[in-house]
Design a protein around this ligand. Structure first.
Ligand code: SF4
Length: 113
């Protein structure tokens, strides 16, 4: 049986979990069910939210993030998309910077005139 130690990142408590992978995935050390779901996903299909900045038409940058999560294995490709974006100003929180990055949108997370 394959065993792995994981820190839950779903909430600030940061439970230390042990995941055992055999015919089933068993999780211990989690204080709530969300930790178990996180651990199972992390072992089967790890996902990440990407936060970064994109260039703006004034030569500066503005903060963005993926609205949902993307597969961890796609993070570099997602950064290539983010690095290719130049937004016209003004922008506001929630504006869509990119419509479909691996199944989620990339949205602006700050206002800029
Ligand atoms: S298992 Fe639950 S309580 Fe523990 S860090 Fe994860 S979300 Fe928080």
């Amino acid at each position: 049986m394959n065993k792995r130690e994981l820190t839950c990142i779903v909430c600030p408590r940061g439970c230390q979990m042990t995941v055992e992978m055999g015919d089933e995935i068993t999780v211990s050390g989690n204080l709530c069910p969300r930790g178990k779901v996180y651990a199972q996903n992390e072992c089967v299909n790890p996902q990440r939210t990407v936060t970064s900045t994109v260039r703006t038409s004034d030569g500066g940058v503005v903060a963005v993030k993926t609205e949902g999560t993307i597969p961890k294995a796609k993070m570099m490709e997602c950064m290539e998309i983010i690095n290719s974006i130049v937004l016209d100003l003004p922008v506001k929180v929630g504006d869509v910077a990119y419509e479909d990055a691996f199944g989620t949108r990339i949205v602006v997370t700050q206002n800029k005139e």
